[in-house]
Design a protein around this ligand. Sequence first.
Ligand code: NAD
Length: 277
Amino acid sequence: MTTMLTLTMNNGLEIPQLGFGVFQIPQDETEAAVTTALQAGYRLIDTAQGYQNEEGVGAAIAAGDVGVDDLFITTKLTNGEQGYDKALAAFDESMRKLRVDVLDLFLIHWPLPMFDQYVDTWRAFEQLHRDGRIRSIGVSNFEVEHLERLAAETDIVPAVNQIELHPEFPQDELRAYHAEHGILTESWGPIGQGKGLLENEHIVAVARAKGRTPAQVVLRWHLQLGNVVIPKSVTPARIRENIEIFDFELDQDDLATIAQLNTGRRLGPDPRTFDRR
Ligand code: NAD
């Protein structure tokens, strides 16, 4: 069985360094996928209100052998429910669907700066944290200017910022800001969302040399950067493959080879302009 590494957040609590993402897994397939992941050794599950599969995650937790105290459950406030009161109500709904009493990590999914509600929303998160209903609070898709605004106007520094990050878009500037301010970086789209990264010749070459798969090489790269990483798959063999990354290391040459992939291009939307609610 894999020995899972953990990282320590700025509030002293630990987070598993590898988790299981469930974006785009239909509700009726989510329980089976999460059950496979738990059996493979994953302990962090990353869902969101917007994924419409929190009930499937909750069903897998309720039916599984892993106690809720040994799990780390993350969900995210959906974009349409930003604002103080709406965030509180939406949180209650997630807890009902996930069937847990205390949530490990709640994230603001997108900053939506054009609506100017994320500071108010963050105050609701702070309240839920003070009330003991969420152990850690964080954000997703926040740029430096959004983090700076929270720092200036609110009390709690986010524990985590979950952002698009992979070898083609390594987010050096934001990672440096996070490191300076005690925020953990969590990578979404970490293996390139099935859009060609794993076929890249440099990744394939490192994988061959190491006797590993391209997905394992890229996930190992995330671990060595110090990121939390949450790959998604519905295929049991791949779910197991993606967690077998704690027993090898990339050396400086491998890291230099992978660094060549940086194009600075995103796969997903730009958080400064993304406005879908
Ligand atoms: P990903 O990079 O994890 O790619 C998933 C895809 O890669 C799969 O659908 C499959 O096609 C392929 N794949 C998985 N394992 C493989 C393997 N071993 N070999 C070959 N191909 C493999 O992309 P993602 O799902 O977008 O991101 C991971 C998680 O991040 C999501 O499930 C979700 O939890 C989170 N996420 C968050 C945001 C956000 O805005 N906060 C956005 C997107 C995703």
